[in-house]
Write a new protein. Structure first.
Length: 184
């Protein structure tokens, strides 16, 4: 699957497969250095973070475990509701654990600030965040994001795990949609 297969749906490729891969390699090196061989529990937020989790985790040398949470935020639209619900909780006891939340994108940051508070209340040793993408709005929220792949413009993006109406998650790059796709 490449940009051409997307035909008229795609407006442009924002981040190529190569750019993503290079940046994830750098982030993994930072994470390895910071955790210095400690056990890390990677918490992926379904479903968008699946690609980041798969590719980032395979670049880590630290001993890691993985667990997953599903929370509702956007539905099938393009605006955050601010209402967060747990659809699937972790299976892992967080007591004393070094937790690294793995995210696809931070937009309003509402989902994430809620999630950090929720996980902190479970008695972990630490909770940090790694996200592939961050939009400018996120700066307004008081959440310290330790690892950021790319700061991107406030556009709606798809691919590399990110969907629009559950489509486009499988694209190996991050792109923007043509306005006609979302009725713009
Ligand atoms: P926030 O609560 O930070 O506004 O949004 C968090 C979630 O909204 C993300 O995990 C993602 O599922 C969705 N989201 C935010 N911005 C975008 C975007 O540009 N494209 C897509 N596909 N999803 C987004
Ligand atoms: Mg997400
Ligand atoms: Mg979505």
């Amino acid at each position: 699957m490449d940009a051409e297969d997307m035909g008229a749906d795609l407006e442009k490729v924002l981040l190529s497969q190569e750019q993503i891969d290079t940046r994830l390699t750098e982030m993994a090196a930072e994470i390895d250095a910071d955790y210095a061989g400690r056990d890390v529990l990677l918490v992926g937020v379904l479903r968008g973070a699946v690609m980041v989790m798969a590719d980032l985790s395979r670049k880590l040398h630290s001993p890691v475990q993985m667990d997953w949470m599903a929370v509702s935020s956007y539905g099938s639209g393009t605006k955050s509701s601010g209402v967060v619900r747990i659809l699937k909780d972790l299976d892992t006891d967080l007591t004393g654990r070094d937790v690294l939340i793995v995210e696809d994108i931070i937009d309003s940051g509402l989902t994430l600030s809620w999630l950090v508070g929720n996980l902190r209340s479970r008695g972990p040793a630490s909770v940090e965040i790694a996200t592939l993408l961050r939009k400018p709005e996120a700066a307004k929220v008081a959440v310290d994001v330790r690892y950021v792949g790319f700061d991107i413009p406030p556009e709606f993006v798809v691919g590399y795990g990110l969907d629009y109406g559950e489509q486009y998650r499988h694209l190996p790059f991050v792109g923007t949609l043509a306005p006609h796709v979302y009725g713009g």
